[in-house]
Design a protein around this ligand. Structure first.
Ligand code: ADP
Ligand code: MG
Length: 707
């Protein structure tokens, strides 16, 4: 933790500077002039040092000819000069005692060798001089709660910017976009981090976690420079009770190192990153609309403690739309209990549906019905939060603003009278009554825009609130000798037969099978195992057998075995690889599933589980977790794939033995826990999942050692 604190401390000159030097300050409008102007508008109390040999004074402040003429060491220097003059000035920073800097302009590294050299020199100066550099290629830093700025845009109304959201964005345009609307939330600190040549998103995240004024952290991310510290920071944010909302872009999979197993191909960077976020309690959103509604939902007080909503509308059609959307995002809308329904209709009159959403139109007397509906819903034990839903807009050509203000007042009074979170939600994004927002904001009632984004935001916040940091599943001992016997460092892949010996050690059931030398041996083994049987080639150099005609299934008598033997040996003759032949029990019954492990360079091993067979390639249906598994993860993975219903009792048949399957998944997690450094990928495909009580059988296995 000390390491984090030291890094976080280093950022205060950048985020909460006691003095700001603006190199290249000139009259407004200009970047340098705007920063000085913003600082004055903030009423910034630290030293403001404009630097420009052309002026004696600038905006009523003494202006200094160069950085070496400053009256005191500046905490941060904003570089508002052309790129050519940056290096010579940057070299002065350690001597003048500067502790931080911001470079706005484009990255040097992209501009060929000369540019890269300059960037390297700048990074060196920062590292040896302990200078926290923001950028290059960024908008800089704005701290509305502290009242400081080294930010590219002028802050015309600093007071309006302040709030509790810490924004860390690698994209400057996203900062512009979010800061464009401060009606529903404001910012405790804003960092446009750009190319992150020195200080990266994980550092800023660490700072925000300890930043008093920051209650919610919003991150717009293209790349993660320091995955390990990033994950550690997510954990720290979770412990501190600060939601971290992440919008990650660049989801097109980057080209990956050659992948041997089929499962390896499924666990792309994007999916792994999403799993990392989930495992560490961050809230992932998919676009800017979701991002903004999520931040808006976090402005409410209190936060939801469950995912059961009580919704009030004044329309049956809207009620159905809300029900449909709620069920797709995973929220529950429990029907209004009988007594509550009776109490509602007593005043409101006839109500359609089951009372949730509660269509509070009834007799049409909204001034009576709205507060009554709110009272019934907030006092109803079946829900955890209250949502009042309707549309209107400042520019609507119909209706009375007075009525709308009365609604907002009813809602804020209901929120005051209750321990449950309250929300106002429009059905459509983009509609709003401006005057309502501050009234609701003061009452801790978020205004959410759009059914889809609004419900999703409430759902995500309730999941965040209900997050239970499950303990790691208890680790079973893995036989180290069995792993050592595999001689992993000296093999490209571990063939099916040998991989299965290890799986057996781990407690998994594998097919009965024997390696044989001759066709006669094969016939003897088949008789022993029992028909039908399977013949397969086994070789470390042939990780995928069937596409080469090296798997012969369903051999039900001696003739079939002999024929298959001849075909298989012919097919094998075409391969250069040394191989053996395996006689194997045929598992005709069961559902084909797979389990596999792969390794991400950033986030370590992940486990995938899903429907097996050729489905993996055609229509993948799988769940993913970062290893090690936590308690309940395996069961959750089995339950969350699209085809999960196939494991239940279908048409009276016995349900599948998912218990044994979960045990197999935990065993793989344990294996990686004790031998992960030697294993790159594992592919158990297929596993045959049998009816309850009969377990699951590993039919094919492949281990790819780590090189
Ligand atoms: P590959 O190396 O091509 O993945 P597999 O051993 O997985 O080879 O065999 C290919 C397919 O043949 C399996 O997906 C499965 O459908 C079927 N198969 C292989 N072995 C058996 C077996 N012992 N019992 C039942 N089906 C099998
Ligand atoms: Mg296979």
């Amino acid at each position: 933790m000390l390491f984090n604190e030291v890094r976080a401390m280093r950022l205060s000159p950048l985020l909460e500077p006691s003095s700001v030097a603006v190199l290249g300050a000139s009259t407004t409008p200009s970047v340098g002039g705007d920063i000085v102007e913003t600082l004055k508008r903030f009423g910034y109390e630290g030293g403001i040092y404009p630097v420009n040999p052309k002026y004696e004074t600038l905006l009523d402040l003494p202006c200094y000819p160069s950085l070496i003429d400053l009256p005191a060491a500046p905490d941060v220097v904003a570089f508002c000069i052309g790129p050519k003059r940056i290096p010579e000035n940057f070299r002065l920073l350690p001597d003048i005692g500067a502790k931080a800097a911001v470079i706005f302009g484009g990255g040097y590294a992209e501009e060929g060798d000369a540019g890269r050299k300059i960037q390297e020199e700048i990074v060196d100066i920062c590292k040896t001089g302990g200078i926290a550099l923001c950028g290059p290629n960024c908008m800089g830093v704005l701290n509305p709660t502290f009242g400081s700025a080294t930010y590219l845009q002028i802050a015309r109304e600093p007071a309006a910017l302040a709030g509790n959201v810490g924004l860390i964005s690698q994209s400057g345009s996203v900062c512009i976009s979010l800061l464009s609307d401060v009606r529903r939330f404001g910012f405790s600190a804003v960092v446009s981090s750009g190319n992150e040549a020195v200080v990266n998103a994980a550092d800023y995240l660490d700072f925000m976690i300890d930043h008093e004024a920051t209650k919610v952290i919003a991150m717009f991310t293209e790349t993660i420079a320091a995955p390990e510290r990033y994950v550690a920071a997510l954990d720290r944010a979770a412990d501190k009770g600060k939601p971290v909302i992440v919008l990650k872009v660049g989801k097109a999979e980057r080209s990956r190192a050659a992948i041997t197993s089929h499962t390896g191909g499924l666990a792309g960077d994007t999916k792994v990153f999403s799993e990392v976020l989930r495992a560490h309690r961050a809230i992932e959103v998919d676009d800017l609309d979701e991002f903004v509604e999520m931040i808006a939902a976090c402005q409410g007080s209190p936060w939801p403690t469950g995912n059961r909503l009580g919704v009030i509308t004044s329309s049956g059609g809207m009620a159905e739309l809300i029900l449909d959307r709620a069920s797709t995002v995973g929220l529950q809308l429990p029907p209004l209990p009988k007594e509550d329904m009776a109490e509602a209709t007593r005043v409101i009159g006839a109500v359609s549906g089951d009372g949730n959403p509660l269509d509070a139109w009834g007799n049409g007397n909204f001034a009576v019905n709205t507060p009554h509906a709110l009272k019934v819903v907030r006092e109803c034990a079946a829900n955890d939060a209250v949502v009042l839903c309707y549309d209107n807009d400042d520019n609507a050509p119909l209706g009375y603003i007075k009525t709308l203000m009365a609604r907002a007042k009813f809602l804020s009074e209901s929120a005051d009278a209750s321990d449950k979170p309250h929300y106002q939600m429009t059905m459509r994004p983009g509609l709003r009554i401006e005057e309502q927002i501050p009234l609701l904001r003061n009452a801790g009632v978020p205004t959410l825009f759009g059914v889809q984004q609004g419900l999703q935001a409430i759902d995500r916040l309730s999941r965040w609130s209900c997050w239970d940091p499950a303990a790691r599943a208890p680790l079973q001992n893995v036989d180290q000798q069995a792993i050592a016997d595999l001689d992993l460092p000296n093999r490209n892949t571990v063939n099916e037969y040998d991989s299965k010996r290890l799986m057996k050690q781990l407690g998994l059931t594998v097919t009965q099978e024997r390696i044989v030398e001759t066709c006669n041996d094969a016939l003897a083994a088949a008789a022993e195992i029992g028909f039908p049987i399977v013949l397969k080639a086994v070789s470390d150099d042939i990780p995928h057998k069937s596409e080469l005609g090296l798997v012969k299934v369903g051999l039900s008598d001696a003739d079939a075995v002999t024929q298959a033997w001849n075909d298989l040996t012919d097919a094998l003759a075409k391969q250069e690889a040394p191989a053996k032949i395996l006689v194997q029990e045929m598992v005709s019954e069961g559902i084909e599933v797979f389990a596999g492990v792969s390794h991400s360079p950033d986030f370590g091993h992940t486990l995938a589980f899903g429907m097996g067979g050729i489905e993996i390639e055609v229509n993948p249906d799988f769940a993913l977790r970062v290893l090690p598994l936590r308690k309940g993860d395996a069961e959750a993975m089995i339950g969350e794939i699209r085809n999960a219903a196939r494991f239940g009792s279908v048409r009276g048949a016995a349900p599948a033995d998912t218990k044994s399957l979960a045990a197999a998944l935990y065993a793989l997690s344990d294996l990686i826990g004790s031998a992960g450094s030697a294993i790159q990928e594992i592919d158990l495909n297929p596993i045959k999942l049998l009816p309850e009580g009969r377990g699951c059988i590993v039919v094919d296995a492949l281990i790819v050692p780590r090189q």
